[in-house]
Design a binder for this molecule. Structure first.
Ligand code: ADP
Length: 426
């Protein structure tokens, strides 16, 4: 799937870039050919003007005669012209041939006026010529028609080189573009591939997690249905089914939470809230729990209100997850502290415990979904390895970050840092 998408990306990239390249090359070639022909035509026209300026009209009474003796190329008394003119022809106003230089021309002018491109074969080779036929006037009277022709070689040769350059250059560039498209396609697919792999992993982990409680439900239901089975045994099985179902419900809830808050949340859900008040109310819930567990719980919170933009339920969930873990991994006699303080433009919320701690090699992974340090122990204590992933997702949504430091057998400290006075809509 990824290879074919990458191929498609590369193909479309090559097609679009290739089309642009081909259009660009065609425009370049057409402009170059037009400009060179224009310059060539101007030179041919200037030569025509020089030739025509040498033509004179001699009047004997009623008889008018054209004298071309001083006309360059045509007249014998004329100056030599340093040009590549192949032929020069003079036709009378009646379009009858009067004088010529070069190939023997037709006796009557049968060509249109203006510029023409002709193909002539010379020594079994086709040659392209440019011919100019213009009427020549003197004092408003038509003296005759001048026809000049020159080889188009000076235009053709550089164009041939340009054609060769484009014919070789365009395919080579297309190959380079295709290679670049393939590499860029790979780079574009990389994040999609990663998120696809993550999704696959997530689905596999979720299914795996659901399989164990499901198996427990099925086996207990089968035992309860077996005959003969006492009422006590049946009750015990149903109790297990109920507990396992509850824990499955909790897992599904967490999975739904992670799926629902993937990416960004609308800015309207954020509101200005007094975080100290929120933390105090969470702390009060845990204080009573702590005394029952023989754990010392401290809430070190500022008395003054501290406002920031946040979603109260999500933020509560994040702190509760950290405190739940602290209580889960701290045995009786230990200490748990919830504290909060401002640090410049940040607000720092810390949950510190003196529990079992986390080994250095596990620290980089504990925020990953379904990561548990001790799988047997975690499952036993009801953990699925999703609590910290949820904390990180919530804090990400608030444009903050969460860090951890821990010393095994000494304790762990989680710190949530949230931006103060920041527009959450950003
Ligand atoms: P779980 O629901 O299994 O606790 P979490 O995502 O909350 O999953 O935590 C991931 C792992 O990080 C846990 O399996 C646990 O080993 C470790 N952990 C989290 N918090 C603490 C803590 N306060 N003290 C020791 N270990 C912790």
């Amino acid at each position: 799937m990824f290879v074919s998408s990458r191929l498609n990306l590369a193909r479309w990239f090559t097609l679009s870039m290739g089309s642009i390249l081909v259009v660009f090359a065609s425009v370049l070639y057409t402009r170059e050919a037009r400009d060179r022909l224009h310059v060539f035509d101007q030179a041919l026209y200037s030569t025509g003007q020089v030739v025509a300026s040498g033509a004179e009209e001699i009047v004997y009474g009623d008889i008018r005669q054209i004298d071309l003796e001083n006309a360059p190329l045509l007249g014998s008394d004329s100056l030599r012209l340093d040009t590549d003119i192949l032929w020069a022809r003079w036709y009378t106003p009646n379009k009858q041939l009067l004088q010529f230089m070069g190939d023997i021309p037709p006796h009557t002018l049968d060509q249109d006026l203006g510029f023409q491109t002709l193909m002539v074969s010379e020594a079994e080779q086709l040659d392209r010529l440019r011919q100019l036929t213009v009427p020549v006037y003197r004092e408003g009277r038509l003296l005759g028609y001048l026809q000049l022709a020159a080889s188009l070689d000076p235009v053709e040769h550089p164009l041939q080189e340009l054609r060769l350059f484009l014919v070789l250059g365009v395919p080579i560039t297309l190959i380079v573009i295709a290679g670049a498209g393939w590499i860029l396609g790979g780079m574009a697919m990389q994040p999609i591939r990663l998120s696809y792999q993550r999704l696959q992993q997530f689905t596999a982990d979720a299914s795996h997690e659901l399989r164990t409680p499901l198996a427990a439900i099925v086996s207990n239901a089968q035992v309860a249905l077996m005959e003969p089975v006492s009422l006590e045994e049946q009750t015990a099985c149903l109790k297990i089914i109920s507990e396992v179902s509850e824990s499955m419900g909790d897992l599904v809830e967490r999975l739904l939470f992670l799926a629902r808050y993937q990416g960004d949340v609308p800015s309207q859900v954020f509101q200005t809230l007094d975080i100290c008040h929120l933390l105090a109310s969470i702390g009060a819930d845990y204080a009573s729990q702590a005394s029952g567990l023989g754990v010392q719980f401290e809430a070190d919170l500022p008395s003054a209100p501290c406002h920031l933009q946040a979603e109260p339920d999500l933020l509560r969930q994040a702190v509760v997850n950290l405190l739940d873990n602290a209580f889960r991994y701290t045995s009786a006699g230990g200490t748990i502290r919830l504290s909060c303080r401002g640090q410049g433009s940040w607000l720092s919320i810390q949950v510190h415990d003196s529990g079992i701690g986390i080994a250095a090699e596990d620290l980089p992974h504990i925020f990953e979904r379904f990561y548990r340090v001790n799988k047997v122990r975690s499952r036993h204590s009801g953990g699925y390895g999703l609590g910290l992933a949820i904390v990180r997702q919530i804090i990400d949504l608030h444009h903050g970050y969460v860090t951890v430091s821990s010393i095994p057998m000494k304790g762990t400290q989680f710190e949530i840092r949230l931006p103060l006075n920041q527009a959450m809509a950003s």
